[in-house]
Structures are given as structure tokens and as C-alpha cells.
Design a protein around this ligand. Structure first.
Ligand code: XIL
Length: 379
């Protein structure tokens, strides 16, 4: 019996060779089994040929510790984003201090390899430091927010390609007519917290493209449609108040075997964003396979890859889409395998949601993405 790792390696090879692995087919092993994935064969080069940037979220602890991870990023990515290093919880150990060393390392790595960096993020309802609730009040919240943005944005001024200024501000289930989430920032500052943040970001780093980043707006179902409508209304409100906002991030956390499809709702949403003069980034793509009931790894991989293929076919046809980032690059570090996000329906089963497997070998996702880039019809 082959173990899973061996099977996965063979399956990856089979995908490269375009057929059954020789061992399974009974053929003599071939000499060169290394798939051609570097240089012109890399994700970034295939993306670039269609005027797109490919990149991923980076865990700085792994960046520091793992040379093979660094090589893979350098080989495949034109743009990086810190998976967590720029969140308040990491940057702000105390109300008075900043901890920049992880982000500094990410910036140095990107500079060394000529890569762009996205900043993620200035305002989010999650990942706030422990001291936040007891320290930040209605009276001092604006000062905390603008000082944070001017200090962090100022430190990396001119080096960040785009900032996620506000992340996930819409949550229609909170029942407000404007669809805004009942977040700590909303409770402290009211709906104007968005405007305050975008204006402070423009001041801190005038060159960075300022982005509003959201999830749950991808599918053709009622819940996502409501969120899309509220997001568009928010963007219109900000634009009409001359708030500096340049781009929309569509997170793109998807599920394989999802009952709801991606379709006209997202296509129309993207066209509306373009109509407002904004760019679009796919900022955090991954495909959760926990709803796929098959225990057959190859079957699950095919379903995950199929979602990448069809989602990218739909989104990349939209000319405002400029970048595609996956939320991580290898299955060995995907957030879908940590703690509470772990697949409870299939205990012990690891998610395989990204373009490289746990041994940094290309997966079906890698090939699906490359094909999707090649086939992107860019008007
Ligand atoms: C996630 C990280 O991947 C996890 O490691 C962390 O524990 C929680 O945050 N939307 C976002 C990201 O905007 O910041 C989140 O990242 C994933 C969902």
C-alpha cells in the first residue's frame, strides 16, 4: 500500500506528465520527474503574460525558518501580503508601542526579490490586542486609529503597493439599514470610522492604492447578494463623499462541493466596481474541501481544482481584476488546517486547498491556476 504522501507525490507527477504515474501504469520510471514550474513556467510568469500579478499570504515565522519556502515564494510570486504580521494584535504589544520586526523582515524579503507587498490591514473587528477593549474609548478612538495608521503607513510609505485599509466592515445580519457590522470601531466612532481610516491612509502613504476588502460576496445566493448590495452602497457613499478609495478586495475563500455557484451576481458586482473607477484584487483565495465527502485524495483535489478553474474563468474576464493572491502557498501552512477552522466533519483529514502540497510539490490547483491565467480573456 502506498501511503498518502507517496500517492500525492505520484499524483502530482501524473498531473505533470499528463497521465498515470509510471508505477501505476507499470511503465519503466522516466529519468526526469521534476515538473517544470520555475522561470517562465511559474504562476507569476503565466499571470504576467495576461497583465496580472500572482502572489500569496506569507507567514513570517516560516519565512524566517524555512529556506525551501523562501525559494518557492521567490519562484512563484510577484506580490506578497503578511498573513497576520500587520494586524493590530501583532503590531501593538502595548498601547504605546509597536513591534515591527516581522513586517520589516517581510518587506526586506520582498525588496530583495523585487516583489510588491500588500498591507493587511489597518481596520478589522478581529485580531485586536488584549489591551484594546479596556483602553480605547469613544474619546480617544480617533486618535488611536489615526496614529496607528500614520505610524505604520508612514514607516512603509512608498513601499506598499496597496493597503487593505478596512477589512470586512459589512455584516447584514447585524440588522443595521446600512449593513455595517456592529464592530468595535463602529461602536467607538460610528460609520465615519471608514472615512477617517481612508483619509489617514492616504495622508500616510499617498502612493499606496487604498483598498476595501470583503468576503462572502462571491456566490449567487441570497446572503452573498445582500452583502454585495450593502458593499456597493457603502462604496457609493464613500465615493460620493470623496473618500480616497482605489480598489476593492474580494477575499475569495470558497468551498468545493458548494451548493451555491459563482455567477451573474459577482460579474455585475465587479462591473459596478469598475464603473466607480476602482480596481479589483482577488486577495485571499483558497478552496475548502470539507464538504467533499469522498476520502479519495485525487477526487478531492479534482473538485478543489475545478472550483479554482471556474472561479478564475469568471473573475479574470473582468478587466478591473489586477491581482490574484492565494491565502498561503502550501497545504502545510494553510489556515484551514489550524485550530478552530479544522475540518470537523472529517476528523484528522487535512485540507488541500493551495497550489503546492505539504512537500512543496505542485498540486492540481497549481495547474488549474496556470491554465486559468493562460485562458483569461482580458478585454
Ligand atoms: C487569518 C489567518 O490566516 C489565521 O492564521 C489567523 O488565525 C486568523 O486570520 N480573512 C482575513 C484574514 O482577512 O486576515 C484572515 O487570516 C482570514 C480571513
Amino acid at each position: 500500500m502506498m501511503n498518502r504522501r507517496e500517492y500525492v507525490r505520484l499524483a502530482a507527477f501524473a498531473a505533470v506528465a499528463g497521465g498515470l504515474p509510471p508505477v501505476l501504469a507499470g511503465a519503466a520510471p522516466m529519468q526526469d520527474r521534476s515538473p517544470r514550474i520555475g522561470g517562465r513556467q511559474s504562476l507569476k510568469e503565466h499571470a504576467k503574460r495576461r497583465g496580472l500579478f500572482y502572489g500569496c499570504a506569507v507567514d513570517v515565522k516560516i519565512l524566517r525558518a524555512d529556506g525551501a519556502y523562501r525559494e518557492l515564494l521567490a519562484q512563484q510570486c510577484d506580490i506578497l501580503v503578511g498573513e497576520s504580521c500587520m494586524k493590530w494584535s501583532r503590531l501593538r504589544p502595548t498601547p504605546e508601542s509597536y513591534a515591527f520586526s516581522e513586517t520589516d523582515d517581510l518587506m526586506a524579503f520582498a525588496r530583495q526579490h523585487g516583489m510588491k507587498v500588500r498591507g493587511h490591514n489597518f481596520v478589522w473587528h478581529l485580531a485586536l490586542p488584549d489591551w484594546f477593549a479596556a483602553t480605547v474609548t469613544k474619546e480617544n478612538a480617533e486618535r488611536f486609529l489615526t496614529e496607528h495608521i500614520s505610524t505604520v503607513g508612514g514607516r512603509y510609505k512608498g513601499k506598499i503597493q496597496s493597503w487593505d485599509v478596512v477589512n470586512e466592515a459589512i455584516w447584514t445580519k447585524d440588522g443595521r439599514p446600512d449593513g455595517l457590522r456592529d464592530s468595535p470601531w463602529l461602536r467607538l466612532l460610528g460609520p465615519q470610522y471608514l472615512e477617517i481610516a481612508f483619509r489617514a491612509a492616504r495622508k500616510a502613504d499617498p502612493q499606496a492604492l487604498l483598498t476595501y476588502n470583503e468576503y462572502g460576496i462571491e456566490l449567487d445566493n441570497e446572503e452573498n447578494a445582500a452583502k454585495r448590495a450593502a458593499t456597493l452602497a457603502l462604496l457609493r457613499r464613500l465615493k460620493s463623499a470623496n473618500v480616497p478609495i482605489d480598489a476593492v478586495g474580494i477575499q475569495s475563500h470558497l468551498h468545493a462541493a458548494d451548493k451555491s455557484a459563482v455567477g451573474g451576481g459577482l460579474v455585475d458586482f465587479m462591473a459596478s466596481v469598475r464603473g466607480m473607477g476602482m480596481q479589483i484584487y482577488l486577495t485571499e483565495m483558497d478552496v475548502d474541501d470539507s464538504r467533499v465527502n469522498s476520502e479519495d485524495v485525487a477526487e478531492r483535489d479534482r473538485e478543489v481544482a475545478a472550483v479554482y478553474r471556474s472561479y478564475l474563468a469568471t473573475t479574470l474576464a473582468e478587466p478591473a481584476v489586477k491581482s490574484v493572491l492565494t491565502w498561503g502557498i502550501s497545504d502545510s501552512h494553510t489556515w484551514l488546517n489550524n485550530g478552530k477552522e479544522h475540518d470537523k466533519a472529517h476528523p484528522g483529514r487535512m485540507q488541500r486547498d493551495l497550489p503546492f502540497d505539504e512537500e512543496y510539490k505542485p498540486t492540481e490547483v497549481f495547474f488549474a491556476m496556470r491554465e486559468a491565467f493562460d485562458q483569461a480573456r482580458r478585454r
